[in-house]
Design a protein around this ligand. Structure first.
Ligand code: HEC
Length: 212
């Protein structure tokens, strides 16, 4: 027990026996450099299992971060859910559509916000390079105006998207998209056409009954 109220180097010097060190000998490095009311503290390492758990979770966290936030592979729970939902909606739409593609059927797809959201994502992936982010046209024509090279009804657009215009550089998408995706995109082009965006100059014929 210390006779001094304050832990000081001088007070400690006389109490070395409590650390197992004879007076005057250097303090063992395992004893921490403070003392309160004569109580000193050993610098005990954390138990091995604790340190192992710490480092395991530390490196796991780095791996987790890289996988889910940096690399393109990791999918967040929300994204995985969204992908599953998109798949389910596509399956649902396919069932309700049957096999025949009709103007009315395509119009119905265009009115489904969830399907159009999926279509926007496919458009951004597949069509944007040639038709622009908003469909305003780059190499391919402006899809938001009322002028059409190959007809402006949804069914016309469906045929163009499905069969393409290979000799002019428009791919036949039925080779690369599922049937429902091709329909979704045809309907989506119809949605794009509701809001003309300044871009590539009009090409083709003004659609019947169009005002812009
Ligand atoms: C490699 C470039 C390229 C890609 C990718 C592309 N297109 Fe096209 N697209 C064109 C070209 C070029 C034309 C014009 C064809 C012509 O001159 O007859 C065209 C024409 C069209 C037309 C007809 C426009 C009209 O005026 O009649 C539609 C609709 C269309 N594309 C939709 C799509 C959709 C939907 C996608 C994505 C699934 C897509 N395109 C991807 C190049 C592309």
């Amino acid at each position: 027990m210390s006779s001094s109220t304050f832990p000081s180097a001088g007070a400690r010097a006389g109490e070395e026996p409590s650390t197992g060190t004879a007076p005057g000998e250097p303090r063992t490095p395992l004893v921490l450099d403070h003392e309160y009311d004569g109580i000193e503290e050993y610098d005990n390492p954390m138990p091995g299992w604790w340190v192992a758990t710490f480092w395991a979770s530390f490196f796991f966290a780095i791996g987790y971060l890289l996988y889910f936030y940096v690399s393109p592979h990791g999918m967040s729970v929300a994204d995985a859910y969204e992908a599953d939902m998109a798949e389910a909606r596509a399956a649902e739409a396919k069932r309700s559509l049957g096999e025949a593609v009709t103007e009315g059927g395509l119009q119905k797809l265009a009115l489904d916000p969830a399907l159009m959201k999926d279509a926007r994502a496919i458009f951004a992936q597949r069509c944007m390079p040639c038709h622009g982010e908003h469909g305003q046209g780059v190499i391919g024509p402006n899809l938001t105006d009322a002028y059409w090279l190959h007809g402006g009804t949804l069914l016309d657009v469906y045929r163009t998207v499905s069969d393409g215009v290979p000799q002019k550089g428009m791919p036949a998408w039925k080779m690369q998209l599922t049937p429902i995706q091709t329909r979704q995109l045809a309907a989506f082009v119809g949605v794009l056409g509701q809001k003309p965006i300044a871009g590539k100059a009009p090409e083709g014929e003004l659609a019947a009954g169009a005002s812009h």
